[in-house]
Design a protein. Structure first.
Length: 377
């Protein structure tokens, strides 16, 4: 049934239709105990957060879903996160529940796994910024590399007994962080844990204090990549080439397929201009989807506000990571009122005119629900 539904959604997305969402990225909180240089989440006012009961009501309106991604801020700062995750799983019936965490609460992670109604659905991604010196300097005293290792070790132990999956995400935030990547991989290799990398953005509309609630079209560049300032002068293209070469050694076949797709697109964009430095300007004017230049490929149609639903802590629905204008609130409104109102329609027109970002959390739903992951245009 899921495969048939996916096929129908692929057709609708390719034709510009408006299917129901199948992938939900839910920010359960903006609160964070890290002090990362590439993110203002810890500086933002937390605002209201859905209770587990309220979240169950919201997800009951949009069910069934295929993928639910629970993220933050740091989700384990919520004392009720185990209860919240269980409520979402029961209401939405997803095939996968993906949890992103900074790994600073190993005990709470263990409790969630033990209480979760379907632990084999769990996919944990624990993030680091480099080896201990770089990681701890960037994230602060409450989010140490030692805590990350303890969390990953606990998850590896429960992987055998509960069937969950765990990987490590290395955010390349600086030249030193880039140099650390090989050692980060070696550190987690004995645990049988895949490590993959993502290049830090210059800024974010979702986690940027001055940008939240607005469009950040200057970060959606038609070529290149809006790198974080601390990566100026680093050989990021060389890193991506090495990551592509090492990708085939990844243990998880789904992660291997998705990461190869993403890295190929990233390398093409990095090759497309010699000045892909922080602050490099890029136009956000409309681009013809069927006539993308080689450096812009792959270039799947964006499924934001179609197959991909983003949900903020209070139940509000933003457009995407780079446009955090809200089209409604699923806690206070029905699904139909949010999904088919004039604001949602106008925002889809904006999405269709967007030249396309290459943020992995947007790219992967796009690739999956347009079929581009397996049959690129």
């Amino acid at each position: 049934m899921r495969w048939l539904r996916l096929a129908l959604d692929v057709v609708q997305n390719r034709l510009g239709g408006v299917p129901r969402p199948r992938w939900c990225t839910y920010l359960v909180t903006f609160r964070c105990n890290a002090r990362c240089g590439m993110c203002d989440s810890w500086r933002m006012k937390p605002g209201s957060e859905l209770t587990p009961e309220q979240a169950a009501g919201v997800f009951g309106k949009v069910a069934p879903l295929d993928v639910v991604r629970l993220t933050g801020g740091e989700p384990f700062l919520r004392d009720d996160f185990a209860e919240l995750a269980g409520a979402v799983e029961r209401a939405a019936s997803p095939a996968v529940v993906h949890i992103t965490s900074n790994g600073s609460f190993p005990e709470r992670v263990s409790v969630l796994v033990k209480q979760f109604p379907a632990p084999a659905k769990l996919r944990f991604m624990i993030s680091v910024d480099g080896m201990p010196q770089e990681h701890d300097a960037n994230r602060g005293a409450d989010v140490t590399f030692a805590l990350v290792e303890e969390t990953v070790r606990r998850l590896v132990e429960m992987r055998r007994t509960h069937g969950l999956a765990v990987s490590v995400n290395h955010t390349i935030i600086s030249a030193r962080s880039l140099e650390d990547h090989v050692e980060v991989c070696r550190r987690f290799e004995p645990l049988g844990v895949d490590v993959h990398a993502v290049l830090a953005y210059a800024d974010s509309a979702m986690y940027g204090l001055k940008r939240f609630g607005k469009k950040a079209t200057d970060l959606i560049v038609p070529a290149g990549y809006p790198l974080h300032p601390d990566l100026a002068g680093s050989d990021v293209a060389g890193l991506v080439r090495r990551l592509l070469h090492a990708n085939e050694r990844m243990r998880d076949p789904v992660l291997r397929l998705g990461k190869r797709y993403y890295l190929r697109g990233l390398l093409n964009r990095l090759r497309s201009r010699s000045d892909n430095l922080p602050g490099a300007s890029g136009s956000s004017a409309s681009a013809e989807r069927g006539d993308s230049p080689p450096h812009h490929r792959p270039s799947p149609r964006c499924v934001a506000l179609r197959s991909h639903l983003r949900l903020l802590p209070d139940g509000s629905v933003p457009v995407c990571q780079f446009n955090t204008e809200r089209v409604g609130n699923l806690h206070r409104q029905s699904f139909e009122e949010v999904w088919h109102n004039p604001a949602a329609k106008a925002s889809r027109d904006w999405v269709d005119a967007c030249p396309g970002c290459w943020a992995e959390c947007e790219v992967m739903p796009n690739a999956l629900f347009t079929g581009d992951l397996l049959f690129p245009a």
